[in-house]
Design a protein around this ligand. Structure first.
Ligand code: 0WE
Length: 258
């Protein structure tokens, strides 16, 4: 049975009710996990309130600001985990960002700043949070991140995010090798495209979704709940032998050549 009771899970990347991280948080909660939730703070405090209202039914025992570009904020978040929970079992990393100007046009026009920012927020942040989580995962643990096929194949306009996801998937393997002896497993879920805040800001996302509906073996896209169920599995003892992997939750799209 999938049982996460007694496990403390720290979930990043919830922006609204369409976030994949929200689907994951709900399934972890349903499996009995104790949740800590982060939000990306903004000047007006709008995210703080919006995400707080959304996650309230899941009774998170920690609710913290976490902008990975701010080291003090990340340190404070893990200090709060150490103080309140003592040990951490599950880290969910659902963070990515590239400038809008990098997500269209010629890939070769990617600026140094745009490249650096995309890889810092989307790839380095997994190492940053995993390093902070490691000393708290005293009874072993499970780290799960979200990736996308655009890190392995060329998807039009995904551009520098593809570079960032390629780096992220390699980070998963190196982190898995490093942390395995401490029984910390590190895996990625490669989700098919889903309509979210991040993807809706991308031109042509609806056409991409229709393409997946036409060619994926299951003839549909996946839901946040399906990604959440896969994440709950990877975080559970049912997946005790799985680390360093990229699990495709994409209605089978990845296997198709035509
Ligand atoms: O990883 C992603 C989303 C990544 C993303 C999206 C945005 C849009 C708004 C990162 N940064 C930004 N920055 C913004 O300003 N996906 C897998 C969804 C996605 O994004 C695409 C896709 C798909 C699918 C971008 C281009 C082409 C396809």
């Amino acid at each position: 049975m999938l049982d996460l009771t007694g496990k403390n899970a720290f979930v990043t990347g919830i922006a609204n009710n369409r976030s994949i991280a929200w689907g994951i948080a709900q399934q972890l909660h349903q499996a009995g996990a104790n949740l800590g939730i982060t939000y990306l703070p903004d000047e007006r405090g709008r995210h703080e309130k919006k995400v707080r209202d959304l996650v309230e039914p899941l009774n998170p025992s920690l609710y913290l600001p976490c902008n990975v570009q701010n080291d003090e904020q990340v340190d404070a978040a893990f200090k709060a985990i150490a103080d309140k929970w003592g040990k951490l079992d599950i880290l969910i990393h659902c963070l990515a960002f590239a400038g809008k100007e990098e997500l269209s046009g010629d890939f070769s026009n990617t600026s140094r700043e745009g490249f650096t920012r995309a890889l810092e927020i989307s790839s380095y942040s997994l190492m940053q949070l995993s390093a902070a989580a490691k000393p708290l995962m005293t009874e072993g643990g499970s780290i799960v991140t979200l990736t996308y096929l655009g890190g392995v194949r060329v998807i039009p306009n995904y551009n520098v995010m593809g570079t960032a996801k390629a780096a992220l998937e390699m980070n998963v393997r190196y982190l898995a090798a490093e942390m395995g002896p401490q029984n910390i497993r590190v895996n990625a879920i490669s989700s098919g495209p889903i309509r979210t805040l991040a993807s809706s800001a991308v031109g042509g996302i609806l056409d991409m979704i229709h393409h997946v509906e036409d060619v994926a073996p299951l003839r549909r896209t996946v839901t946040q709940t399906e990604v959440g169920n896969a994440a709950a599995f990877l975080c559970s003892d049912l997946a005790s032998g799985i680390t360093g992997q990229v699990l495709y939750v994409d209605a089978g799209y990845e296997i198709m050549g035509m």
